[in-house]
Design a protein around this ligand. Structure first.
Ligand SMILES: [Fe+2]
Length: 190
């Protein structure tokens, strides 16, 4: 498999990832309590739609179709966001969970674009590098905006009283069991 094929695989992953976010971001925007955070998610949704279009241009440039691969990584990250939306927390504490999920999303995308850009540069694909860099710059800017917006939210959440422990849901119990399994599996290699 030559580098160009690896790049196309990576790009198809990114295309799937961005499409998954077009679906997930409205849920984060709807769930956010803080007006600035809400607006940030809404604005980033519009940016993300533009990123999907840019990725289509990348594929046009390469003479390839954009579909063909589902991004499992982003599915997992989106799932983390869905978990944050299900939390019983209120106000700033709830929003803090959304901030955590959103930052994971941005960093996942930043890593993906950096990898694709390095490959496209190696292959001398100037137009592809330009298009991907435009997407990367938006992700980096979004990450910064989230971090800045989060500051007062986290400060507020730090002041909120801790919730009383509630019995774990089925999903939480399953997650707790899996985390024990992770620890056990790692212990064999430590
Ligand atoms: Fe994106």
């Amino acid at each position: 498999m030559a580098l160009k094929e690896v790049l196309i695989d990576e790009l198809r992953d990114m295309y799937s990832a961005e499409n998954q976010l077009v679906k997930a971001l409205p849920k984060l925007a709807k769930g956010a309590h803080d007006a600035t955070l809400k607006k940030l998610f809404t604005d980033h949704l519009e940016e993300t739609k533009g990123q999907v279009i840019r990725l289509r241009q990348v594929f046009e440039n390469l003479g390839e179709k954009p579909t063909g691969q589902h991004c499992n990584g982003m599915e997992g990250v989106v799932e983390e966001g869905a978990d944050a939306l299900e939390k019983d927390e209120e106000g700033a504490s709830f929003d803090s969970g959304l901030v955590g999920a959103a930052l994971r999303t941005e960093h996942y995308e930043i890593a993906g674009y950096n990898a694709c850009i390095s490959m496209a540069k190696t292959l001398g694909l100037g137009n592809v590098v330009t298009l991907l860099t435009a997407n990367l710059n938006e992700e980096v800017a979004a990450e910064k905006k989230i971090t800045v917006t989060a500051k007062p939210i986290l400060q507020q959440a730090a002041k909120e009283p801790e919730e009383e422990k509630k019995p774990k849901s089925g999903k939480e119990k399953y997650s707790a069991k899996k985390s024990k399994d992770d620890e056990k599996a790692a212990a064999r290699n430590m």
